[in-house]
Ligand binder design. Structure first.
Ligand SMILES: Cc1cc2nc3c(=O)[nH]c(=O)nc-3n(C[C@H](O)[C@H](O)[C@H](O)COP(=O)(O)O)c2cc1C
Length: 313
């Protein structure tokens, strides 16, 4: 499961883990915030035995701060430390962190070496193709440096930082990195359904596939992929199963962040959980009005009763 800010919190991770995700990751966590012991930052490291092994992703640009942050998250129970080298958000790159690191190979060397020395668990790094589309993909040079500095695996999201999410990711970059490295290479980018996961593995030879957006609203994708690999029909959850999972997700969220915040969080998720089902668009208004457990139940009851007679989705 890919790290996704605002999405891959503990409740979300527990849901996808239950569906068969091999490895889950926290969202990116500020190394500076961790070293300054900010309460909110530290809360992102909270974990549960059922989701293990857990990768914790940290971001920052100062090697000594990143090294200290790695120690903090390992003490807090991280089984793997992952370094973010792809985030395109302005507030991150302006500090030299995230995707900005791809422009600074020497800094990458210092930073990965420092974290490697401090980190007693496996270390992974997640990169993009490079900074801008008119650059050569610096990912090759950066990937070699990362391996030489002792990282245990690398994830490649083959889009340039300035591209954000536009156009398709270029999987041939994953294939090329796989050819030049010895450590495992995890491919990422645009795996939005089970057959694309198999296609990525076939086309790139990657050792693992990381899935982000394709799991939002469809955590079943982690069951669907092994089934597709065995040539079975795509597993489609019954409405009752879909409903039960939504409720479970909401219950986890409520105990994690309180009912009000959980309701807000659930509004967007519900749109994703019902995407592609009949008439879901007509019910969006009701979904976005969810305030608490009762309004969630009534919106779900209304919607699922409405579509009950439709053919299997
Ligand atoms: C809402 C959102 C938040 C994200 N947050 C992070 C993050 O915290 N750290 C990170 O490395 N990548 C982050 N990403 C990028 C994803 O991990 C992944 O690389 C990207 O979505 C491409 O994979 P996909 O096509 O399977 O979604 C985020 C993506 C989305 C959509």
């Amino acid at each position: 499961m890919a790290p996704m800010a605002g999405i891959t919190n503990l409740p979300f991770r527990l849901i996808v883990k239950k569906m068969g995700a091999g490895l889950v990751t926290t969202e990116m966590i500020s190394a500076m915030g961790l070293t300054l012991r900010h309460k909110k930052t530290y809360s992102y490291v909270k974990s549960h035995p059922d989701e293990r092994p857990l990768a914790v992703q940290i971001f920052g640009s100062r090697p000594e701060v990143m090294a200290e942050a790695a120690e903090i998250v390992v003490d807090a129970g991280a089984n793997i430390v992952d370094i973010n080298m792809g985030c395109p958000a302005k507030k991150v790159v302006k500090t030299g962190a995230g995707g900005a690191l791809l422009c600074a190979p020497n800094k990458v060397k210092e930073l990965v070496s420092a974290v490697r020395r401090a980190c007693t668990v496996p270390l992974t790094v997640k990169i993009r193709a490079g900074w801008a589309t008119d650059d050569q993909p610096v990912a090759y040079e950066i990937a070699r440096i990362i391996e030489d500095c002792g990282a245990d695996a690398i994830t490649v999201h083959p889009r340039f930082v300035t591209q954000s999410f536009s156009r398709q990711s270029n999987w041939s970059i994953i294939a090329n990195i796989k050819k030049i490295l010895n450590i495992p290479v995890i491919g990422n980018g645009d795996v939005l359904n089970p057959s694309l996961a198999l296609k990525m593995k076939r086309q790139t030879g990657c050792d693992g596939v990381m899935i982000g957006r394709g799991a939002i609203g469809n955590p079943w994708i982690f069951k669907q992929i092994p089934a597709a690999d065995m040539g079975k029909a795509v597993y489609k959850p019954e409405l009752s199963e879909r409903r039960a999972l939504i409720m479970e997700h909401f219950r986890h969220l409520s105990s994690f962040m309180g009912e009000n915040r959980a309701a807000k969080n659930m509004r967007g998720l519900l749109i994703r959980y019902t995407k592609g089902l009949p008439h879901s668009r007509h019910f969006r208004g009701a979904f976005t009005g969810i305030k608490d457990f009762d309004t969630l139940i009534s919106a779900l009851d209304n919607y699922f009763t409405h579509i009950k007679g439709y053919p299997k989705h």
